[in-house]
Design a protein around this ligand. Structure first.
Ligand SMILES: NC(=O)c1ccc[n+]([C@@H]2O[C@H](COP(=O)([O-])OP(=O)(O)OC[C@H]3O[C@@H](n4cnc5c(N)ncnc54)[C@H](OP(=O)(O)O)[C@@H]3O)[C@@H](O)[C@H]2O)c1
Length: 261
């Protein structure tokens, strides 16, 4: 532990589980004051407890990031409590049940787009407003390998993640001279609660074996491997890096995300 975020304030959305929790713990280890936003009370409070037990500082603010006004309230509460916001990991999101493009209901489509893409814009909109006043800040958004390639049966999810990449790159250009860096990560399959639930919901698709088969490293990633990438991107060690989309995927994107039928 190098305490590289001492006196800094980090926000992690979806911090009550999986990649958000692993990243919140990593920020806590580096002594950031960590704000966990999630709509799961139980998960959010558990992450706070884990950070405090490790000697860090954290609070939980219940938020549904798919509602712009709730996100506005979240950021106002962060500023009210700590007076600043240095880093944000806009991570909260959902997977989807496989569906062909023409077979989505409008409700399902809207739900995925609002949770996986619009939510990221809501967060950026309110985070940037405060970071501009500080003249500094670092934002990392969550996309996916599905934001780099098409994935049959996942068009809403893939469209959302492609959108997050375009949004991040564009905003990074707009705010490059304002001292705010913005990057996006594109994980391959990572062992999280969310991923396990998706895999086990469709045993007939044998998704676990299929994922392992298409990853050159022949294994799922660990949440900590994503967390370390996010913390590094938010740190001064990445001070000249903005507007990039980084795969964290065991080499999957290097081979073009080859998929079996
Ligand atoms: N795991 C992977 O293989 C993988 C790969 C690529 C990208 N990703 C992306 O990584 C992100 C996190 O995934 P994960 O695997 O860590 O999932 P996870 O274990 O399900 O964690 C996601 C967390 O976000 C919360 N959440 C969902 N919708 C929310 C909303 N509208 N407002 C606030 N919180 C919300 C969930 O709450 P509930 O538990 O109450 O639903 C959960 O605590 C997602 O954006 C996902 O698309 C994951």
């Amino acid at each position: 532990m190098n305490k590289i975020f001492q006196d800094k304030v980090s926000l992690v959305t979806g911090g009550g589980s999986g990649l958000g929790r692993a990243t919140a713990l990593a920020f806590g280890r580096e002594r950031a004051k960590v704000v966990i936003a999630d709509f799961s009370n139980e998960g959010g409070e558990k992450t706070v407890k884990m950070i405090k037990e490790a000697g860090g500082e954290a609070i939980f603010i219940k938020t549904d990031v798919s509602h712009c006004e709730e996100v506005n309230e979240l950021i106002l509460k962060v500023i009210e409590r700590y007076g600043r916001l240095d880093c944000a990991f806009n991570n909260a999101g959902i997977g989807q049940h496989p569906s062909l493009t023409a077979e989505y209901t409008k409700e399902t489509w809207d739900h995925i787009i609002s949770t996986d893409m619009s939510s990221v814009w809501f967060c950026m909109k309110h985070e940037i407003a405060h970071m501009l006043k500080q003249g500094a800040g670092a934002i990392v958004n969550m996309a996916s390998g599905a934001g780099l390639f098409g994935v049959p049966g996942m068009s809403a999810f893939s469209a959302s993640k492609h959108g997050v990449i375009g949004l991040t790159k564009t905003a990074a250009l707009e705010y490059a001279r304002a001292g705010i860096r913005m990057n996006v990560i594109c994980p391959g399959p990572i062992s999280t609660e969310g991923n396990k639930a998706q895999v086990s919901a469709h045993p007939e698709l044998e998704l676990e074996a299929k994922y392992v088969a298409i990853v050159p490293m022949k294994r799922f990633g660990r949440p900590e491997e994503v967390a370390e990438t996010v913390v590094w991107l938010c740190s001064d060690a990445a001070s000249y890096i903005t507007g990039i989309a980084i795969p964290v995927d065991g080499g999957m994107s290097a081979q073009g995300f080859t998929q079996e039928d």
